[in-house]
Design a protein around this ligand. Sequence first.
Ligand code: NAD
Ligand code: UDP
Length: 314
Amino acid sequence: MIKRILVTGGAGFLGSHLCERLAQEGNDIVCLDNFYTGTKENVSHLLNDPHFELIRHDIINPVYLEVDEIYNLACPASPVHYQLNPIKTIKTNVMGVINVLGIAKRAKAKILQASTSEIYGDPEVHPQTEKYWGRVNPVGIRSCYDEGKRAAECLMMDYRRQNGVNSKIARIFNTYGPRMAIKDGRVVSNFIIQSLQGKDITVYGNGTQTRSFCYVDDMVNGLIRMMNGNDNFYGPVNLGNPEEFTILELAQKIIKLTKSTSKISYQPLPMDDPTQRKPDITLAKDKLGWSPKMDLEKGLIKTIEYFRNALINV
Ligand code: NAD
Ligand code: UDP
C-alpha cells in the first residue's frame, strides 16, 4: 500500500533530500514549508511527480491533513537563521510541534521528530550518549533553538504517554551536503564558499572546538530506518558520524581539497558555542543496524562540486 507521508520543512536542505528518497521509494509525499530557509528550487525536480505535493504553510498555524507518517523537520537549523528571529524559532518548536502532533493524534499517523545534538548543549560527557541530559544555557542566544528542541522532545513523549501517539525522536548531529543554502551560515558551506571564492576562511575562536560531520545521504538513511524500524524503539536515538574534527582541521581540509589560496581569519567565538561534539551511535547500530558510510573527505568532494556549480548560477 502506498503511504502518504508529510515532510514539514521539506523544502529545506535535509527535507528536500528526504522527500526525494521517499518519492523514489514510491510513497505519496506532502511537502510543507514556509520557505524561511528552504526554497521551491530545492524540490523543483519533484514538482512534476504526481505523487508529490508542495504546500506553503507555517506550522505555527494549525493545518488539517490526512497522512500515515510525519517527518517533522520544520525549523531553521543554522545558528545565524534561528537567532535572527528567536521568538519565531521557539514558537516553531512549541506551537508548531503541538500543531504537527495534533495531526498525528487525529490522523493516527506515526511521527518522527528531527531533534538535535544541541539538546546536549556544551557537553561534559564525551562522546554524547542518549542517557546524558545535557548542559544547556536556558537564557542564552542559542536557547530559542536548544530549549525549543528540548521542549519539542518533551511534547513528543507526553503525546505518546498521554494520547498514545506513535512518536519517535532522532537527535541529528551536524549534517552537510549538496543543497545547503549559499547563505546558510553553517561551517561547512561557509568554508567551502569562502575557499572557492578565494576569500578569508572565518574560523570562530581559535578553531579548537570540535564537531563530527555526517553526509546527508547517510542521515536520510538513518531517519528512514528510525521511522520504519520496530515501533517499540522510539528513541531518542543519536544519528551522526562519530569521526570528530576540530574546526581548524575542517578549514585546512577544505583549503586542500579546493586547492584554494584562502587564508584563515580568526573571528570572535559566538556566545555558548559548544566546545566539543561527537555522537555515541552504539544505540543506532544496535537497534537500527545503522551507521554512516561516507567519510568526510569523500563527502566534502561531493559538496564542493555542488557549490562550484551553484556559485556559477548566482
Ligand atoms: P534548513 O534550515 O535547511 O531546513 C529547515 C526547513 O524548515 C526550511 O525549509 C524552512 O523554510 C522550514 N521551516 C522553518 N520554520 C518553519 C515553519 N515555522 N513552518 C514551516 N516550515 C518551516 O535546515 P536543515 O539542516 O535541513 O534541518 C532540518 C531539520 O533537521 C531541522 O529541524 C533541524 O533542527 C534538524 N537538524 C539539522 C541538523 C543539520 O546539521 N543539518 C542538525 C540537527 C538538527
Ligand atoms: N564556525 C566557524 N566559522 C563559520 C561558521 C561556523 O568557525 O564561518 C564554527 C562555529 O563557531 C562552531 C562550528 O563552526 O564552533 C559549527 O558551527 P555551525 O554553525 O555549523 O553549527 P553548530 O554545530 O554550532 O550548530
